[in-house]
Design a protein around this ligand. Structure first.
Ligand code: ATP
Ligand SMILES: Nc1ccn([C@H]2C[C@H](O)[C@@H](COP(=O)(O)O)O2)c(=O)n1
Length: 234
């Protein structure tokens, strides 16, 4: 990991598979540190949603490249929540369906999509004071991030967590179906050619299968504060 500290603070990279707790932990950690939270999965989801609406197939590289050239993605704070805007439209809810999740996994494997979002993500995070969560933050987007975590949990536990979330929303998916979708998404994200999901060599691995959110948060916060203190001394 790099020894530099940037204009607004360090860059924290949180990668890991679907349902590992990245979004929940990034939100909490960002609040504790007063850092900006960048949900890169939401950016890929916005591309997938807009492609679906425009009738662009998940493997149509030319169509996806054209879409990305004109698509503006931004985040706006709304009290405790963070809204995702695509060309100024609030798509925060629409991008969160299971259907868009699976489509995103396919669309995010395409080179033009990755190239377009890589540029946007680097521009958003370059000054530091940010936590980016995704699949390739520590390996591709910011390989020089000051702190990197790889957050995981067993597929069964991740499926169980997602199932509870969906059930609370009134979704009728079964536990078995939800676990199967988690495994399918893992396979797609780990097996793709461009920027596959993998742990950076210098990332701190955290297996949250039997840890509470608060326990994971404590480990992360202490690692980041230690790195910030080291930077301030040096
Ligand atoms: N350590 C934990 N113990 C219990 N539940 C957890 C834990 N971490 C996360 N969860 C729950 O698991 C669900 C998935 O978490 P979250 O959305 O943060 O994962 P994610 O890694 O961002 O997933 P995705 O990549 O699919 O967006 C949420 O309902 C969250 O509250
Ligand atoms: N840096 C990233 C972030 C996300 N993706 C892809 C892979 C996921 O299947 C999909 C949705 O992500 P989620 O919102 O569930 O975290 O987006 C990626 O390839 N790279």
């Amino acid at each position: 990991m790099s020894d530099t500290v940037r204009e607004n603070g360090v860059i924290v990279a949180i990668d890991g598979p679907s349902g590992a707790g990245k979004s929940s932990l990034t939100k909490l950690l960002a609040r504790r540190l007063g850092y900006i939270h960048i949900d890169t999965g939401a950016m890929f989801r916005a591309v997938a949603l807009m492609a679906k609406r425009a009738g662009i197939a998940a493997d149509d590289d030319a169509g996806l490249a054209g879409l990305c050239r004109t698509l503006e993605i931004s985040f706006v704070r709304d009290g405790e929540a963070c809204r995702v805007l695509a060309n100024g439209e609030d798509v925060s809810r629409e991008i969160r369906t299971e259907e868009i999740g699976l489509l995103t996994s396919a669309v995010s494997a395409r080179k033009p999509v990755r190239a377009a979002l890589l540029t946007m993500q680097r521009a958003m995070g370059a000054k530091g004071g940010v936590i980016l969560e995704g699949r390739d933050i520590g390996t591709v987007v910011f390989p020089d991030a000051e702190v990197k975590f790889f957050l995981s949990a067993s597929a069964e536990e991740r499926g169980r967590r997602r199932y509870l979330e969906l059930a609370a929303r009134g979704d009728s998916a079964t536990l078995e179906e939800t676990i199967a979708k988690v495994i399918q998404r893992d396979r797609q994200d780990e097996g793709r050619e461009h920027a596959p999901l993998k742990q950076a060599a210098d990332a701190l691995p955290i297996d949250s299968t039997s840890l509470s959110i608060d326990e994971v948060l404590a480990v992360m916060e202490s690692a980041v504060r230690e790195r910030i203190a080291k930077g301030e001394k040096g």
